[in-house]
Design a protein around this ligand. Structure first.
Ligand SMILES: NC(=O)C1=CN([C@@H]2O[C@H](COP(=O)(O)OP(=O)(O)OC[C@H]3O[C@@H](n4cnc5c(N)ncnc54)[C@H](O)[C@@H]3O)[C@@H](O)[C@H]2O)C=CC1
Ligand SMILES: O=C(O)[C@H]1O[C@H](OP(=O)(O)OP(=O)(O)OC[C@H]2O[C@@H](n3ccc(=O)[nH]c3=O)[C@H](O)[C@@H]2O)[C@H](O)[C@@H](O)[C@@H]1O
Length: 462
């Protein structure tokens, strides 16, 4: 099928490349000339494992090309909208201006009966709004197919997704021919696009556009909820002498709970979860659903609280203040296996430490080039060994494999003081302690012995 993908960032570039790998003829359109030029050369403009190979295959087979000219989308019958929907500068709501301008730009190039499907994450009601933008083109079909890929595993997540969601006008009842049961309209077009995935047994759920929009928002809100829940509990663990890693491992063994997104630490960042929970909050508020709005507010504040908790713990480990201390931060990206620094918890913490007077060196295997210009207070060093030299405190803030594999003995020979704050609870604390390191984590610093306050009243039964 001839397909256009409008917006070739972290989502769109991967979507375009995976569609080409499924045998479709794809043109990716973006307004960013540098990005398009790089993609056209078969080089991903960001670090995403497996993407370079897919781009090169697509270009070698002639099935994948990129352009800055929206007129090049005219050859396609199917168009995927993948532009950004960042947080509005003045509120919690999503900024839909890129979506509106991309749809307006596409409008004059739509063939008769074309299908336009959005993949960007949007507030409920966006499809209805865009139908207005499409205006006098009742022949054009519009639907929503939210995306659930994660950066760092985006190629695999696209080729083997957990599920496909199709939001179509009229929902499930309108998506299939009453007598034959065959899909029609947007559902039929999406089935044709994803035929190899459906053949492999990937489940697809067909629903109304409003439901599809909310499935995506609610999914990210739930993931964020799980993370903030365990992080709130981690604070209780610290206050009571329990260990959150052992706690979450045991909780996760219950299949009704599961252990994924139950890893306590510095919390979530990135270009999606933070802005999506704020957008969800704004949606709930505008629909008068206070419970969801309050819930999202709490999830957000617990998450941001983890950053200050880490800064406070760093000060404790430096004897009360970080001012004048030499600190090394391992990790700058918002999670491992990506160079994306959007709302990176690691950089936020590093910058707060520098603002408090510490001399902070940040190292990262991939994200240094993205970060150094935006954080003038921080010193960047791509080489972890050099970054560790003379440190009085080491913070692990993004758990790249390279840092998980660090030898405590070698690291110990580089630093001035063997003090480690593992804010991702990712390292083997015992192995580091055996090399003379003082190790603290978030919710994992139970020092053995009782934390029962000595002045607490003795229970009557004791
Ligand atoms: N990054 C991710 O892992 C995922 C992102 N999403 C959603 O996908 C959407 C895009 O996110 P990202 O790819 O991360 O953002 P991004 O910022 O990396 O990419 C957006 C791209 O759209 C381009 N663009 C803006 N206006 C345009 C226009 N009028 N015509 C053509 N191109 C235009 C930009 O130049 C940029 O390259 C967001 O709604 C996000 O929430 C959904 C699932 C996963
Ligand atoms: O809408 C999106 O853009 C995407 O957002 C997330 O994907 P992503 O942000 O790429 O990365 P995740 O692996 O979900 O991690 C998000 C953040 O949560 C943190 N995290 C994750 C898991 C955990 O147990 N604890 C934790 O703190 C990570 O360090 C990271 O900062 C969702 O997982 C995807 O399903 C969704 O498609």
């Amino acid at each position: 099928m001839k397909i256009s993908v409008i917006g070739c960032g972290y989502l769109g570039a991967v979507h375009a490349a995976t569609l080409a790998s499924m045998g479709h003829s794809v043109v990716g359109i973006d307004v960013d000339h540098a990005k398009v030029e790089q993609l056209a050369r078969g080089a991903a403009p960001f670090h995403e494992p497996g993407l370079d190979e897919l781009l090169q295959d697509g270009s070698a087979t002639g099935r994948l090309r990129f352009s800055t000219d929206i007129a090049d989308a005219a050859c396609a019958q199917m168009h995927f909208l993948c532009v950004g929907t960042p947080q509005d500068k003045a509120s919690d709501a999503a900024d839909l201006s890129y979506l509106v301008s991309a749809t307006r730009a596409l409008l004059p190039h739509l063939a008769a009966g074309a299908v336009v499907v959005g993949k960007s994450t949007v507030p409920v009601g966006t499809v209805d709004m865009l139908r207005g933008v499409l205006g006098r083109r009742p022949d054009v079909l519009l639907g929503w197919n939210p995306e659930f890929l994660r950066q760092g595993t985006a190629v695999k997540d696209s080729l083997v997704p957990d599920r496909l969601v199709y939001g179509v006008d009229g929902g499930k009842a309108a998506a299939f021919n009453r007598s034959t049961g065959a899909p029609v309209g947007v559902a039929a077009a999406l089935d044709a696009v994803y035929e190899p995935l459906l053949r492999a047994g990937i489940p697809r759920q067909v629903c109304s556009c409003a439901t599809a929009e909310l499935i995506k928002s609610a999914s990210n809100a739930y993931l964020a909820t799980k993370i903030s829940f365990i992080n709130a509990v981690s604070e209780l663990c610290d206050a009571s002498g329990a260990d959150v890693a052992e706690l979450s491992e045991a909780m996760g063994l219950d299949p009704r709970i599961g252990n994924r997104y139950l890893h306590a630490g510095l919390g979530f960042g990135g270009g999606c979860l933070p802005k999506d929970i704020r957008s969800f909050r704004a949606q709930a508020t505008s629909h008068g659903v206070d419970a969801v709005a309050d819930w999202m507010q709490l999830v957000d504040s617990v998450n941001l609280g983890q950053r200050q908790r880490t800064v406070d713990l760093a000060a404790d480990l430096c004897g009360g203040t970080v001012a004048g201390r030499t600190i090394t931060v391992l990790g700058a990206s918002f999670k491992p296996d990506t160079d994306d620094i959007r709302d990176s918890p690691a950089l936020d913490v590093a910058d707060r430490l520098a603002a408090a007077g510490a001399h902070v060196t940040v190292t990262d295997p991939k994200a240094v080039n993205n970060a150094w210009r935006r954080y003038p207070r921080l010193r960047f060093e791509a080489n972890a060994t050099r970054a560790l030299e003379e440190a009085e405190l080491v913070l692990l803030l993004t758990e790249w494999d390279e840092y998980r594999r660090l030898s405590p003995a070698v690291a110990g020979s580089l630093v001035r003081r063997r003090v480690l704050l593992d804010a991702r609870n990712a390292l083997d604390a015992a192995a580091w302690q055996a090399e003379g390191w003082v190790v603290r984590g978030l919710g994992t610093s139970a020092a053995g012995g009782s934390f029962y306050p000595t002045d607490a009243p003795v229970p009557a039964s004791a």
